[in-house]
Design a protein around this ligand. Sequence first.
Ligand SMILES: [Zn+2]
Length: 259
Amino acid sequence: MIALVGLGQIGSRLAAHLPGKVLVVDRDVVEENDIGPVYQKNQVGLPKADAMYALLGKHKTLVGDVTDATVLGSPSLVIDCTDNFETRFVVNAFCVKRKIPYLFSAATHDQGLCARFDPGICLSCVFPPVRDAPRCTGPIEPKVLRFLVRKILGLVKQGDRKLWVSTGHSYELPAGPCRCSIAPHAKPPGIRRLCGDTIQIKGSKFDFQVRAGGLQISKDVIRYRRGKQALTLFRDGRALVHGSMDLAAAKQWYQRITT
Ligand SMILES: [Zn+2]
């Protein structure tokens, strides 16, 4: 089974075209600005993985943050469509260790990159060990998305030891073998900013029930609203606060709902 991690602009467009069974994994929910060619208006608030299952049916889904890649099981190939190097390094380290081919993708609004890494090399062989905050791209240009979907589908069938750029350039990947020390990375902080005016909070498990003002979206998701902000609460204690960059206020809201 192929594992597709990240159902943002690239992953969501790719999902429908992948052959065979696919495990789709995403930590986010559908927001107003995700409505478009893939996600529908009536899916706002639903986890993207569940929304994708509803659209395509044939996939297995996993809602959550990939900080421990063993949740992916034993896929034949992993396609990484996440938007940050923190998660990419976790997913890639898992693939190197298990000798699973790893398909990398990344984009800014006007440029896209992708490559298939066979298990002999890792992300650190190609990129410096960046551990910075996610680079938020905004909308990716349609021609870049088309390039990435076409190229990634080609690389699913056959790798070619090249890093492809949407501008038409390509670069040879190192031949390996990998001599990087793939150390487990520092645990991400319990509260941090993600792309798209979103704050993620990781609390511990708690009594998962709807409180005043909450709306049960699915068996694992409750959503709260406050003006233009929304708080999505998952059964495992994780929360996403949308429409805010104020960490302290987000934390306060989270605590009020969960204690
Ligand atoms: Zn390496």
